[in-house]
Design a protein around this ligand. Sequence first.
Ligand SMILES: Cc1cc2nc3c(=O)[nH]c(=O)nc-3n(C[C@H](O)[C@H](O)[C@H](O)COP(=O)(O)O)c2cc1C
Length: 210
Amino acid sequence: MEFRTLVEQRATVRQFLPDPVDPADVCEMVRLAGLAPSPNNSQPWQFIAISRRSTLEQMAAAVRNRLEDLLPRPADEDARRAGRRVERFSTFFAHAPLVIAVALEPYESVIEGALRGSAVTKARVNAMRGYPDIQSVGAAIEHLLLAAEEMGYGGCWLTGPIVARTAIERLLGVKAPARLIALVAIGRPKDEGARRRDRKRVEEILRFVD
Ligand SMILES: Cc1cc2nc3c(=O)[nH]c(=O)nc-3n(C[C@H](O)[C@H](O)[C@H](O)COP(=O)(O)O)c2cc1C
């Protein structure tokens, strides 16, 4: 598929047919995700593919528990509705044929080597440079979503479930210093032609500086 068509066609999918995702397709999606750029080609990512329903249910239950702790029990209906919406958008992945959990693996940047012996911490360097680790994983996730689209699947990038990061990491065997940063739900779309959302016009988001 032509690149422009692919990008224009992609839209988030949250409802899936029950058809499984072929493991060969999963490998190809992740291979293409791994072609994303990263600082000094550090490739600070790990992908964990989950299709077992009981594991997905356990992950969603962990999110529900965490949200129950986190969200106050509001008196007004608007806040309760918002809470239900957060829960729905953070747990629907349990019904997807496949979820790819994405973990960030810390890497040693070149500047850290140059700063050895100074008081500047790794976390501070990362923050000063605009979180290149997270930027890289974001690029890889977008590759993953576009690859899925090109192969006839649909998907949704989720960070809502990461409120239950520790519990999900335990379920998936993600060990520090790696850190779970997103889930991607993938499957054949239930409805053809997922709803594309409006975007800001280029004039609103682009500014040329002479
Ligand atoms: C970093 C990130 C986190 C997101 N987290 C969630 C989420 O937790 N739950 C969800 O349903 N959608 C989530 N989304 C999907 C967005 O809602 C969706 O991309 C946005 O509404 C634009 O729609 P489109 O993808 O169809 O263009 C997330 C997207 C991004 C990029």
